[in-house]
Design a protein around this ligand. Sequence first.
Ligand code: C2E
Ligand code: MG
Ligand code: MG
Length: 737
Amino acid sequence: MSQPSADYETKPRSWLFGPMAGLTAGALGLLVLLSVFLIQRFDRAATEREEHMVENGFAVLTDELNRVVATQVEWDGAIANLDNRFDPNWADFNIGNYLHVFYGFSHAYVLDPKNRVIYASAAGERADLASYTPFRAAAESLVPHVRARENARPAPGKRPGKNNIEIPSIQASRIALVDGQPFLVSATLVQPDFGVDLPKGPRAPITIAVKPIDQAMLKSFADRYMLHDLAVRHPDAVSSASGQLMLKDRSGQPIAALSWTPQRPGTMLLGQLAVPLILLLVLLAALAGRVIQRGSTIASDLIASEARAKHAAYHDSLTKLANRAYLFDRLYHMLRRVEGPDNALAVLCVDLDRFKEVNDTLGHNAGDALIEAMAERLRQTCTGAACVARLGGDEFVVLLDDCDEATALMLGRRIIKAVTEKVVSEYGQMEVSCSIGVAFIDQPGIEPSEALRWADVAMYRSKQAGGKRVSRFNPEMDLALRHRLQLEAELRQAIGSNQFSMVYQPHFDRRRRLKGYEALLRWEHPERGAISPSVFVPLAEDCGLIMALGEHVLRQVFAETRRWRGVRVAINVSAVQLRSRGFAAQVMRMLAEAGADARSYEIEVTETALLGDEQHCISNIEALKRMGFTIALDDFGTGFSSLNVLQRFSVDKIKIDCSFVAALGCGRGSEALIEAIVNLARGLNMTVVAEGVETEAQWDELVKMGCQQFQGHLLGRPQPAAAVNRALPGLRRANAA
Ligand code: C2E
Ligand code: MG
Ligand code: MG
C-alpha cells in the first residue's frame, strides 16, 4: 500500500557534514601546500641570489690574487732582477717565498723572453724546473695572450720620477685541473714602473703563479661571504639542493664546483613560525568543524521540520492514514493512467454506519478510539491497495489500481467483515458496520472529484438500503441523487413560503369514541404536487432544515388546535429536535404565545430518538412531561424496541406501526408480535395504539388482541383543521352519547 513517504526521519547530517568537512580539510590542505610552495620559492630565490653573489665574489678574489702577483712583478726592481740579469735569490724572496707565505700560492715560475722556464718555486722554496711540467699546458695556453698584448702596447720608456704611475697590467688567468686538483693559474708580464730599468730586449719575462683552490683558500672565502660547508667537489657530485658555482676551463667545460649549504630564509621562518602556525591551523580546523557541525544541525532541523510539515500536510493526524490532500493527488495521477478496462481503477468510499450514535452516546474520545481501530482494520485488510485515506469524520476511501470489478466488490465485502468485528476499548464494547460505495473507472478523462462523488453516491445508496452493504455506482444512482439535491434546494426555499400545511388524523377507542388527532405535515409543491413527509422529513433532517420545519409545525398546530376541547393532539417531533439544547424551552415559549395548554398535546417520538445517553434529549423529555405533555412512542417495532427506553422515559403510549397492522392475516407472525407489544404495554401501564387500520377485519382482530386505540383510513383520513373544526362538535356529542 502506498502512503506518503516518511523520509523526514532520515538524518541529512552525514551527507551534509561529510562534504563540508572535506571541503574545509581541502581548503586547509591547500593552504599548507601553498605555504610550502611559497617557502620553496622563497628559498630558491635566496639560493640563486647567493650563487650570484658567490660568482661575483670568486671573480673579485681572482682579480685580487692577480693584482697581488702584478704588484710583485711590475716595478723597475723586477726588470732589473729578472730580465736585465737574473737573480734567483731575488726571485725567491719577492716571488716564490712572498706569494706563498702571504697569499698561499703553491707554485711560482719565471719564463724568459723566449718563454722558457728559468725559475721554479714550490711551497715557498726554490724547486726543480721540472715541477713546471704539470702546469705547462695551462701556462702555455695563457702565454700567447700575454705576449699578444705585450706586442700591442707602446714600448716602455724612461719616465720622470713620479710615484703614482699606473701601469696597465698585462695578465691572463684561468682555472686548470691538475691531478684532480683545481688551481688558479695566472700569467703576468714583468714590467717597469718608473722606467729606471728597462727590459733588455723587445720581450720581457713572464711570471706564472699557481694557487690551489683548496680548503685554505675556501675558508677565508667562506668567512667573507658567510657560506656554510663550502667545499670543492666534482661537478657531478653536487646535489641540486646545494648552492653551487661551476669552475670552468677556458673552453667553458666545468672542471670543478664550489658547493655549499645555502641559507634557507623561508624554511628558517617556517621553523620559527611552525608552532604558532600549527596552532592556528588546528584552531581554524576546530572553528570550521564547529561551524559545520552547527550548520549541519540547523540544516538537519530545517530539513526534518520541512519533512514533518510535509508529512502533516499529507496525513490524517488521528489515524496516520493519508488525508484528503494526498488522496486527491494520488487519485489524480492514477486517473491519468487509465486508458481502458485493462488498467481500470476502483474507488471505494467507506462510511461507518451509526457512528454518530457511538459519538453521541459514548462521547468523542470513544468515537476517536473507534475511528483509530477502524483505520487499523482498513490498513490490514487493504494491503494491496494503492492508497487508504481518511476523508474526515467516519469516511474513508480506498483506491485500487489495475483491478477488475469483482476484485473491488470482494474487497468491499472483506472490509465490511473486518469493520463489523466488535471493538473492545477502554470505553467498552463498540459495534458498528459500514456502507461502501464502489466507483469503477475504466475510461480516461474522469476528474478526481467526479470519481469520488460517484463512490459517495453509491455509498449513500448502501446507507439508504440499510447499511452494511456494498453498492456499485451506476448513472441512475446519480440521477436519484441529483433529484434529491434538487428537492433539498426546493425544500430550503419552501420553508419560508406557504407551501406547508397541517392535516389531522383522528384516533378512536374500542368503542369508536374520538380520543384525539395526530397532526401530520403536508407539502404542496407548486409543480410536483403533494410530497410525502416520509420523503421530505428525512431530507430535512439530513440537510439541517428540520429545526425550522419543526418550529413551523409547532406554531401551526398550537394556533389551529388550541380551542379543541376534550381531544388530545399528537405532534410528530424529530430526533434532531429532541436532541437539540433548549427544545423544551422553545416549545414552552410557543405554547405560551399561542395561548395553548400542554395537557391537550402529545409528543410523538421514534424509538431511535430515545436511544443512547444524549443529555439534552433526556432533559427535554423530562421538561416536556413536567409541562403536561404526554409522550407516545411512534412506529414501535420497526426500530430497536428497547424495554429500557420505555421505562426510562416513562412513555405514556405505544403506537404499533402500520406495517404490522397491514400484515395481519398474512401469516408473517405479525399477530404474535402485536400481542407481545400489547402485553408489554399493559404490564408497563401504557396505552397501545394501532396505526393504519384500514379494514373491519383488522379492527376486529386488533380489538381482540387488546389494542386500546385505533388510527387509520377505516376510521378517518387526515383532514385540514377547518374540517376538524366543523366535525368536532358532532363527534363530541357522539362521544357523550
Ligand atoms: P407516522 O407518524 O407514523 O404517521 C402515520 C402515517 O401513516 C401518516 O403518513 C398517515 O397518513 C399514514 N396513515 C394513517 N392511516 C393510514 C392507513 O390506514 N393506511 C396507510 N397506508 N397509511 C395510513 P404520512 O402523513 O405520510 O406521514 C408519514 C410520516 O412522516 C409520519 O409517520 C411521521 O413519521 C412523519 N411526519 C409526518 N408529519 C410530521 C411532522 O409534522 N413532523 C415530523 N417530524 N414528522 C412528521
Ligand atoms: Mg406519528
Ligand atoms: Mg407511526
